[in-house]
Design a protein around this ligand. Structure first.
Ligand code: ADP
Length: 249
């Protein structure tokens, strides 16, 4: 039976979100009224020129920051009313992150980094899932090496595995290929795509790279703190054309 439960099925729902930094004459409206639903089991890309509000939106959708007005629901819980401790707990249970600069702990080996989110919670992974994950990220014999002994691409594979290990409701990837050469970027994008298509992971990727965005199922284009266009994916040339349309040279 098909049950259409509308907004209830989205992993993160933002409604009329604004974010103002500062006050008075120097106030900056980074978001001016954004409503968006993050669809489960899909890869949503957020694109837009520098300063358009991408990072601000990501931080708010991930519960790292709160809106000035409007509401945000993460996995069905309205975050606006939560205290900091409750918000941290919600984030830990439901959100994974992948960063441009990997953010691995240098004194831990690759597999210790991957397992860290679970170790902190005093948990162990399901062995079958852990095996599948390790196979998927393709680190081979590098699992017991420290980050300084790994290439950038290998470090990002570790970071992706760390985000996936607890099967969060959604992973936010912030310019995940921004620090990698084009060949390695292609491999990392393939791994992100695999995480969504084959492992069922919901993902939101912030990027200004059309090559990265072309793996997305859906693309949101931001300009001046507003979603000015949405597409259901597209090729790199089509994405470049959309960026030009919204005013990026
Ligand atoms: P993007 O990620 O698309 O580059 P941001 O979300 O970082 O955009 O920034 C959107 C706008 O908000 C920009 O004008 C930026 O200068 C401003 N902004 C971002 N963070 C702050 C802050 N902490 N204090 C003041 N202004 C900020």
């Amino acid at each position: 039976m098909h049950v259409d439960n509308g907004k209830g099925s989205a992993v993160v729902v933002a409604d009329g979100v604004t974010r103002r930094y500062g006050a008075g004459d120097t106030a900056v409206d980074a978001l001016s009224g954004v409503s968006v639903e993050v669809e489960p089991g899909a890869l949503t890309a957020v694109m837009g020129p520098s300063g358009s509000g991408k990072s601000t939106l990501m931080h708010i959708l991930a519960g790292l920051d709160r809106p000035t007005s409007g509401t945000v629901k993460i996995a069905g819980t309205e975050i606006t009313d939560l205290g900091d401790t409750e918000l941290t707990k919600l984030r830990r249970e439901h959100i994974g992150f992948v960063f441009q600069f990997f953010n691995l702990l240098p004194m831990l080996t690759a597999d210790e980094n991957i397992l860290l989110p679970l170790s902190i919670a005093g948990e162990k992974p399901d062995p079958d899932w852990y095996q599948e994950l390790i196979r998927s990220v393709g680190l081979g014999d590098r699992l017991h090496h420290r980050p300084s002994e790994l290439s950038g691409g290998q470090q990002q594979r570790v970071a992706i595995a760390r985000a996936l290990v607890s099967r969060p409701s959604v992973i936010f990837a912030d310019e995940p290929t921004g620090n990698l050469d084009s060949k390695t970027s292609g491999e990392i994008l393939e791994l992100l795509r695999h995480s969504v298509r084959d492992l069922g992971q919901t993902m939101v990727m912030v990027t200004h790279d059309a090559h990265a965005a072309q793996i997305a199922d859906r693309i949101l284009f931001l300009a001046d703190g507003l979603i000015v266009k949405q597409t259901s994916g597209g090729s790199a040339p089509e994405i470049v054309a959309s960026m030009e349309e919204i005013g990026v040279e």
